[in-house]
Design a protein around this ligand. Structure first.
Ligand code: PLP
Length: 482
């Protein structure tokens, strides 16, 4: 990638913020690498259009600056008497405090465990809730695998179904809560990573709590984009989806929930005393954080939280609502595109998943990347049960896909294309996607042939030396891992 432009040429800046409620012509978070150009098949280098924020957002310039400013003080956390260790410990604890503040919890009753990401946080919690194999966890078919698979290890699951539009009603959840045996936990996403749909978390918390059911919120998608409701008992999210890609996320919950019993990880830093056959665990949160913590990641997470607070939820919501409308209505208006999930008039995050008539999802994504410099994701987005429902796959379709994957052939794996936006995205980025898709759908022939890799299902331009494919990309290099 080259940075051929001054950023001002390519990306309108935040100054002046937005000029009206629907205006998202400026970014609100300045991305490291904004305006970078990427090579396209015609030999032209184009400004990279990043429409993959739901996977990982770009890094924020101010987050990177905070990390840079901290690095000279970097040292061990809670493990050294030196001045820099004290600075690092203070910075780490400040980030923990910011994590609590971001989800509206107080540091008296609640604690924040700094972990790698949402997946780790939910695995940690599923272990820590000390579920009995006969306990029921009520969850939904809308969930990301990170909020499905950890529960399967420790308890029975009951699922709330969705309709063909990818949403469920409060009544559907209430039915699951009332079914006997009563669930112990309701594990719910704050926002879908596939459709951007926002379940009514507040109401669902009231229903669950009214029945003594603990609520776990997967806020991986919600936390960067909307205020996190204070109702859920536990909240998990990731820094890399909120402009802080330095490997830290958070699990927030009541202090008391972590005060007894074995922690998820055993090791140094989590103990008071150890003898060869005895261990005295320390108090949370350190009890839950065995091993040297990721202080750089925590500093980055804290800086991102501060940046979002400075921008403010009003401006964030305005910006992203404008992008969501433009993206979802724009896609829905193109003949040959099928937008999955709720109608474009429903309030969602700026996320849109769609299929293109007669074109493989992997080919659409490849052509957007190689011919237009647009980065999107394709596949099933780590939410296979949800995609199956949104695509309307029957039992035969599922069985065929399964047997093909078992044979190592992913060429016909079902899926869709996802475009997602955030505070580094502008209306111009969304428009670039819509223009490119219209061009693809109009039948404009590809400038070169594409070949499909059997092992991954991905498409690559059949041109030597373009860097789009190498034997090393093989199965492990696929861009649609579930
Ligand atoms: C809704 C949702 N939950 C959980 C995750 C898992 O997040 P991570 O990969 O950061 O652990 C994701 C990631 O895409 C997500 O979108």
């Amino acid at each position: 990638m080259r940075h051929g432009h001054s950023e001002a040429d390519v990306v309108p800046g935040r100054p002046g913020a937005t000029s009206g409620p629907d205006d998202a012509s400026c970014w609100l978070v300045r991305a490291v690498g904004a305006g970078a150009r990427v090579p396209c098949l015609d030999g032209v280098e184009r400004p990279y259009v990043d429409l993959d924020s739901a996977a990982s957002t770009p890094a924020s310039v101010s987050v990177a600056a905070a990390v840079d400013a901290f690095l000279p003080s970097y040292s061990s956390v809670h493990r050294g008497a030196g001045f820099k260790s004290r600075l690092s410990t203070t910075a780490y604890e400040a980030a923990r405090h910011l994590a609590l503040r971001h989800v509206g919890r107080d540091g008296g009753r609640h604690t924040a465990v700094i972990c790698r990401n949402t997946t780790e946080a939910l695995n940690h919690l599923a272990y820590r809730l000390r579920l009995d194999p006969n306990d029921v966890v009520l969850t939904t078919v809308v969930e990301h695998h990170a909020n499905l698979l950890p529960w399967a290890r420790y308890a029975r699951r009951r699922y709330v179904e969705c309709g063909t539009d990818g949403v469920f009603d409060i009544e559907d959840v209430v039915a699951g809560l009332d079914e006997k045996p009563r669930p112990k936990v309701l594990a719910l996403t704050g926002a879908s990573n596939v459709t951007g749909w926002l379940p009514p978390v507040d109401e669902l918390c009231d229903e669950a709590h009214g029945r003594g059911v603990t609520v776990v919120l997967d806020a991986a998608q919600l936390a960067p984009h909307r205020p996190v409701p204070t109702g859920p008992d536990f909240v998990a999210w990731s820094g890399h989806k909120m402009y802080a890609p330095f490997g830290a996320g958070a699990l927030v919950g009541p202090f008391a929930a972590f005060a007894e019993g074995e922690p998820f990880l055993a090791g140094g830093g989590a103990v008071e005393l150890v003898d060869l056959d005895e261990v005295l665990w320390t108090d949370p949160p350190e009890r839950e954080e065995a091993g040297s913590p990721n202080v750089i990641g925590a500093v980055a997470l804290g800086a991102a939280i501060e940046e979002l607070a400075q921008i403010g939820w009003d401006a964030i919501s305005r910006h992203e609502a404008a992008l969501a409308r433009r993206l979802r209505r724009g896609l829905a208006s193109i003949e040959g595109i099928r937008l999955l999930g709720p109608s474009p008039d429903v309030d969602t995050l700026a996320v849109a998943t769609f299929t293109v008539e007669d074109m493989h999802h992997a080919l659409v994504a490849a052509r957007l990347a190689t011919e237009f410099g647009i980065g999107v994701r394709h596949g099933c987005f780590c939410a296979h049960p949800y995609l199956i429902r949104l695509l309307g796959l029957g039992c035969d379709g599922i069985a065929t896909a399964r047997s093909q994957v078992l044979r190592g052939d992913r060429r016909r794996i079902p899926g869709a294309v996802r475009a997602s936006a955030g505070l580094t995205t502008t209306v111009a980025d969304v428009d670039a996607l819509l223009v490119a898709l219209r061009q693809l759908i109009s039948g404009s022939p590809p400038p070169v042939d594409y070949v499909q890799d059997t092992a991954t299902g991905d498409f690559f331009p059949a041109v030597e030396g373009t860097g789009w494919w190498s034997p090393a990309s093989g199965a492990s290099g696929g861009c649609a891992r579930g």
